[in-house]
Design a protein around this ligand. Structure first.
Ligand code: HEC
Length: 135
């Protein structure tokens, strides 16, 4: 026979497992939301592929490739390979713009969405190959 204490413990373990699973889901969806937002608002300029005209000419990726050419330590041209873009850092660039990149207003991109994008970039950068010395 199972004592009441054991049921209580089993219940507590189940509740804990559920809490961890829920936390995991919340984190996963922050990355998923960030991914969707990134593809919509950033990838047209910061993507890895080709531009609208079929040439490998995406303004963000290209400008950053030129900006950090020969940098030591190397800085990847692709945002999705960068490990230094935390939410506060992204927020500075996004709220103020950067040279030819226009600023984003909070009505266009909320602070929460910036945090989601940062979570997405951090996760993606973890899987990226180590940056090469020359780009
Ligand atoms: C209209 C094109 C365009 C869009 C859209 C755009 N960017 Fe940019 N972004 C640029 C360009 C061009 C630069 C390089 C500016 C420069 O020369 O310093 C840049 C620079 C940056 C930088 C600065 C990196 C550095 O080290 O200097 C960050 C961070 C950045 N973008 C993040 C984003 C994110 C996140 C989004 C989406 C929410 C986004 N950008 C959308 C064009 C764009």
């Amino acid at each position: 026979m199972i004592a009441r204490g054991q049921w209580a413990r089993a219940g507590a373990v189940a509740a804990l497992a559920f809490a961890f699973a829920a936390a995991g889901l919340a984190q996963q969806s922050a990355m998923q939301r960030g991914n969707a937002k990134f593809q919509h608002s950033c990838a047209p300029c910061h993507g890895a592929g080709v531009g609208d005209d079929g040439h490998a000419m995406l303004p963000g990726t290209d400008a950053l490739r030129i900006k950090y050419k020969g940098a030591a330590p190397p800085v990847p041209a692709l945002l999705e390979e960068r490990t230094d873009l935390t939410a506060p850092v992204l927020k500075v660039f996004l709220r103020h713009g950067s040279f030819s990149m226009p600023p984003f207003r909070p009505t266009e991109l909320t602070d929460a969405e910036i945090a989601d994008i940062a979570a997405y970039i951090a996760d993606k950068a973890k899987r990226a190959p180590a940056p090469k010395a020359k780009q």
